[in-house]
Each structure stands twice: as structure tokens, then as C-alpha cells.
Design a protein around this ligand. Structure first.
Ligand code: PLP
Length: 224
């Protein structure tokens, strides 16, 4: 895979849009990440805590690490000292633990709430109602987290109309929360949606962060 070329292609494609690219390096070795880093790339996403921690330990410290996968509460402590953004907060219990570990590390941890937008049981996340309720009534106690926005994964389907509809609904909800709620720890700026297969639609529907792996680094040998 020509990583530099692919990254450059994305940079050109994203010019004039609101979207930033998170290079999803899961399953890829440190040398692959360094190849991207050495041409100036600093923003990477991983979906497993153990892999994220060992890459963080081994690689340059100015890399901005995004945890994009499902996170178990008992593993928050391992990433709390350094993670830049947790994309998939899907339970209040998890948020509570992130807040606790952030406080212990004397930092504020950026989070996105994952919304279940797909027509599939296998994807995680809050319903719109649950997320709204949490944001309206229960968020202020978590002083060491900052909710920067939302994340959603569309249904894995060739039906572009459906994917677009799911992204559009998420953007509508994002705009509503952004206009209604602005507190110390709610600062809606980021809408993380779009992967290799659907990022073009996601950008058209207002994504600010696309999480792209295989379109940059090639197919993975094993799936998450
Ligand atoms: C793996 C993964 C991606 C990137 O997937 P690609 O199809 O390789 O672009 C994006 N988001 C999440 C949550 C992932 O686990």
C-alpha cells in the first residue's frame, strides 16, 4: 500500500470540507504508523485498549491517539493518562469511570457519545432519547470529561439512501444539542461518522471526523 500517496489523496479530498481524517491503524505494525508519522501524520485511531497502550508506549509522544472502539470500564485506567479522544462512550457507567480516572490523572478527557444509528443489533450506543436525557440532566457532575460531540456507525449496507438517512438523522440531533446545550463540559464541535466504505456520504452529511483504516493502510489480516 502506498500510504503517503493515500494520505495525500485524502488531504486533497478533504480540503474545503469540515472533516478531519483519523487514520485507523488497528492491526497494523508500528513501522506502518511510523511511515505515516514520518511524513507528518499525527492523528491515529485504534479500537483495542491493549494495542493502543503498547503503540503509545513504543511510538513518538506527540501522536494524538483516538480510541474508536468499544471500551470496557475496567480498562479505562490504562488509557486515561494519554488518550486524546474517546469516540465510543456508550454507557453512563463508562462515562463515570472515565471521569474518575481523568481526575486521578489531573486532566480533562475528551469524549464523544456513541449513538446507535444502525439498523443492526451488533453496534453499540445510546438511543437519541438516552443521550439527550444524559446531556440535559446528568452531565454536570462529570467535571473531568468534556463531551465534544457524537459518534455513529451506519448500517453496513450497499443501500446508500439508508446510510445517508442514518447520518442525516445524527447530524440533525447533533445540531439540536449544539444549539440547546452549552455548559462547562458540553462543547459540541465534533461529529465522528464515516469509514472507508461510507466516508463520502458522511462528509456530505456534515461529518467532522472520518475514521478511515483500510482505504489508507490496505485490508487488515484480521477483523476487529
Ligand atoms: C476499524 C474501524 C474503522 C475503520 O474501518 P475501515 O473500514 O477500515 O475504514 C472505523 N471505525 C471503527 C469504530 C472501527 O472499529
Amino acid at each position: 500500500m502506498k500510504i503517503a500517496e493515500n494520505l495525500q489523496k485524502f488531504q486533497i479530498e478533504l480540503k474545503g470540507t469540515k472533516a478531519k481524517l483519523i487514520a485507523v491503524s488497528k492491526t497494523k505494525p508500528n513501522e506502518t504508523i511510523l511511515e505515516a508519522y514520518n511524513i507528518g501524520w499525527k492523528r491515529f485511531g485504534e479500537n483495542k485498549v491493549q494495542e493502543l497502550v503498547s503503540k503509545h508506549d513504543a511510538l513518538p509522544k506527540d501522536i494524538e491517539w483516538h480510541l474508536i472502539g468499544t471500551l470496557q470500564s475496567n480498562k479505562v485506567k490504562y488509557i486515561a493518562p494519554f488518550v486524546y479522544l474517546i469516540h465510543a462512550v456508550d454507557k453512563e457507567k463508562l462515562l463515570k469511570e472515565i471521569n474518575k480516572r481523568a481526575e486521578q490523572n489531573d486532566r480533562i478527557i475528551n469524549c464523544l457519545l456513541q449513538i446507535h444509528i444502525a439498523d443492526e443489533d451488533t453496534k453499540f450506543g445510546f438511543t437519541y432519547e438516552e443521550a439527550e436525557n444524559l446531556l440535559q440532566n446528568n452531565i454536570e457532575q462529570y467535571k473531568n470529561v468534556k463531551i465534544l460531540g457524537l459518534m455513529g456507525m451506519a448500517t453496513n449496507t450497499d443501500n446508500h439512501t439508508q446510510v445517508r438517512q442514518e447520518f442525516k438523522a445524527l447530524k440533525t440531533f447533533f445540531d439540536k444539542i449544539k444549539s440547546e446545550l452549552n455548559t462547562e463540559n458540553i462543547d459540541f464541535q465534533e461529529l465522528s461518522m464515516g469509514m472507508s466504505g461510507d466516508y463520502k456520504i458522511a462528509i456530505e452529511e456534515g461529518s467532522t471526523m472520518i475514521r478511515v483504516g483500510s482505504a489508507i493502510f490496505g485490508a487488515r489480516n484480521y477483523q476487529k
